[in-house]
Design a protein around this ligand. Structure first.
Ligand code: SIN
Length: 478
């Protein structure tokens, strides 16, 4: 096997990975490995429609952004992490603008959109609903100016760690040694059959756990209420921020009496929609009152057109889908895992910044902020001794060449929005019968965490435990 060495290795080239990579100083080299089949177009950051939350409005403040994040996080946020997010986030957005990145602006400066859970209009966009694509593309350009080596089509197989230190990563036919490693490998929403993500199976989380890295809060999967029925295409929450609303096939505005109405937080809207669907109702998004929809939402407009839907004239049937993995690789405020020289950032990680429910459009901000923290710290790591002989390890089978759709159906049906002990146990029993691999391994851990959390909190909704426990605790998987 070919052997190579890099100062820092980054797994994933979404926004968190790129934000870490651009911290590479002149005298260091960084390697970015990623496995996406259509490269950047499959990264969740690239596809993000919503935007970036940042308190730049005249009547807004960092404190208000902090409070909104804490409130939506339902008692489980790490306040120090949230403080870093909102403070450093604002600095990073200013830096981005100084570097020439353009957010959508009007006569009164940068336009600020509204999404659920925000007490102010504070969502910055670029090229309408293409913010993820624009900002990821911008970071990619910055990264290409540095000593960064990109390795596409490299799927991580394994992490070798010895006595609390990460040593090397294993790919199909390569072992790469490193001083430091950053997981920026995304979430695990694709483990659910209905999902806005396509290639996010969380395999790297299983690999990390297998190497002794702790995971946290896996039960908190955030479901997004509005995807096109049976298509999984996201209809951004900002549509509702611009005046779209939910209605059923009896023309009832079923969110009318709920605080926040159609723009209540995602957990609330998703549960109400599932209740409607269980009663036999169909749910629709009415976007007909939005002015200049085509200009504000170019990619949603063209996608719906491609599907033969006239979003400006007709109701669009919608349903919730798994959208964002709050849980992941446990990190501290320096983006460190419990392995000495291994870091994580973005959706792959869990710092507690989102608590039990993520505030809309905080994820790109998190990717930028914690990606940068991970990059700065990882690139300061001392020289790592290269292993003379690789120790024997027990890799878990990787890849999705098994009955993936059976697993995804189980996850959606039994561990989705409405959870209950007997249904979670049924899913677990079925999964244990499958041949173990990175996906089933992680799915089992998600269900274990969901079973242990005997309460309803944020996006974890237990129909058999509706109460919220007074003193919340994180779920740690070792
Ligand atoms: C959306 O556009 O509704 C998604 C934004 C997000 O997930 O933060």
């Amino acid at each position: 096997m070919e052997k190579e060495f890099f100062d820092a290795i980054i797994i994933g080239r979404g926004l968190a990975g790129l934000s870490a990579a651009i911290e590479t100083p002149k005298n260091k080299n960084t390697a970015v490995f990623f496995s996406e089949k259509i490269h950047e177009k499959n990264s969740s950051s690239f596809k993000a429609q919503g935007g970036i939350a940042c308190a730049i409005g005249k009547t807004d403040s960092i404190e208000m952004h902090f409070q909104d994040t804490i409130k939506v996080g339902a008692g489980l946020c790490n306040e120090n992490a949230v403080k870093i997010l909102v403070e450093k986030g604002k600095e990073k957005i200013k830096e981005l603008i100084d570097l020439g990145f353009e957010f959508d602006s009007g006569e009164n400066g940068i336009k600020l959109g509204l999404e659920a859970g925000h007490s102010k209009n504070r969502i910055l966009h670029s090229n309408g609903d293409n913010t993820g694509k624009e900002v990821t593309g911008f970071y990619l350009k910055l990264a290409k100016e540095k000593n960064i080596h990109f390795f596409p089509e490299h799927k991580l197989k394994e992490l070798i760690a010895v006595k609390g230190t990460g040593k090397a990563v294993v790919f199909e036919n390569k072992i790469i040694h490193f001083n430091s490693l950053i997981f920026a490998s995304g979430g695990y929403s694709s483990l659910y059959s209905k999902s806005t993500n396509k290639e996010s199976f969380g395999e790297a989380n299983s690999i990390a756990l297998n190497a002794g890295i702790e995971l946290m809060d896996l039960e908190f999967e955030q479901f997004h209420p509005t995807t096109i029925k049976d298509n999984n295409f996201l209809l951004s929450e900002r549509l509702r921020g611009e005046g779209a609303f939910l209605v059923n096939d009896l023309n009832e505005k079923f969110m009318k009496s709920i605080p926040g109405k159609s723009l209540a937080t995602r957990d609330v809207v998703s549960i109400e929609m599932i209740n409607q669907i269980k009663k036999g109702r169909k749910v629709f998004l009415d976007c007909r009152k939005i002015e200049n929809l085509k200009e504000k939402f170019p990619s949603i407009y063209s996608k719906t057109k491609e599907l033969g839907l006239k979003i400006e004239e007709e109701l669009i049937e919608v349903e919730p889908a798994a959208h964002y993995s709050i849980g992941g690789i446990k990190i501290d405020l320096n983006a460190r895992t419990n392995l000495k020289n291994v870091f994580a950032a973005g959706e792959a990680s869990c710092s507690g910044v989102h608590g039990a429910n993520r505030l809309a459009s905080n994820s790109l901000l998190e990717a930028i902020v914690f990606g940068s923290i991970a990059g700065v710290n990882a690139l300061k790591e001392k020289k790592n001794e290269v292993l003379k002989k690789e120790p024997k390890i027990n890799p878990i089978k990787s890849g999705t060449d098994f009955n993936l759709s059976f697993l995804q159906e189980l996850m959606w049906k039994y561990t989705g929005i409405r959870r209950k002990k007997d249904r979670l146990e049924k899913a677990l029993k079925e999964i244990k019968k499958m041949q173990s691999n990175n996906c089933t391994f992680l799915a089992e851990k998600i269900i274990d965490s969901a079973l242990k959390r005997e309460e309803s909190r944020g996006c974890h909704y237990r129909v058999d435990f509706l109460e919220t426990i007074k003193k919340p605790e994180h779920s740690i998987i070792k």
